[in-house]
Write a protein of this length. Structure first.
Length: 229
């Protein structure tokens, strides 16, 4: 009599591991795909086509020696172009000022002013430590109800989804990056950095869904209402 155990087909360990890896990737990619599809109608790449809003919200993206990184400078330039075209009247610059020697918001203001935006049309949020906190504070501290978000394309879907889930009527101007507009790139990223950023953004999108739909955390700092004059 044949032994049924001997006749059973066995899959090599590497095949099982590969299947588990693929399933894991799909599970990670699904939230990002959902967010990308849900926010697609609100994304723009041409400043002249962006719907008119009073405020543009610029998210921090790092400074070096007190100056905006290339990515952050690109975001500020996008917001300034919206201002020049009359698509927005005010800039809300949201960044990290968690240390005395690190102030993204002030660096953005200095750069925007060199590009011609008067100081009275610039508002700073010094506690924009994350996309979620920048959107939350834009709503509760600065009274923003509708806004144009300015960030790179790879980050735009998460930023839009977060702000809209928090009740802000948000549209977005996506600045060029390796995922969005290779023909017009002004910043060059290494392949390793591209892979790292894509993975980070995928995980951050999953966290954003948890934040806006499940945990609803408060920002690190709230404070009194300031508004945008």
């Amino acid at each position: 009599m044949a032994n049924p155990v001997r006749g059973r087909r066995r899959f090599p360990f590497w095949q099982c591991a590969a299947c588990a890896f693929v399933i894991g990737l799909c599970a990670l990619a699904a939230p990002a795909l959902y967010v990308a599809v849900a926010t697609r109608p609100y994304r723009y790449t041409d400043p002249a086509q962006v719907p008119v809003r009073r405020v543009a919200l610029v998210f921090g993206a790092g400074i070096r020696n007190g100056q905006p990184t290339p990515a952050l400078a690109e975001r500020v330039r996008g917001a300034v172009e919206l201002y020049r075209l009359g698509r927005v009247q005010k800039l809300l610059l949201s960044g990290d000022n968690s240390r005395q020697d690190y102030d993204e918001a002030s660096a953005m203001r200095r750069y925007a002013m060199t590009l011609g935006v008067p100081d009275q049309d610039i508002t700073l949020d010094y506690a924009g430590f994350s996309t979620y906190e920048s959107c939350y504070r834009a709503r509760d501290i600065f009274g923003v109800k509708e806004v144009v978000l300015v960030t790179q394309g790879y980050h735009m879907a998460r930023a839009l989804y977060t702000c809209r889930a928090l009740g802000i009527d948000a549209v977005g101007l996506a600045m060029p990056d390796w995922l969005y507009d290779r023909a017009h790139m002004t910043i060059h990223y290494s392949p390793a950095y591209q892979v790292f950023s894509t993975l980070r953004e995928t995980l951050a999108t999953l966290k954003a869904l948890v934040d806006v739909h499940i945990t609803h955390p408060l920002p690190s700092f709230l404070g009194r209402f300031e508004g945008i004059k």
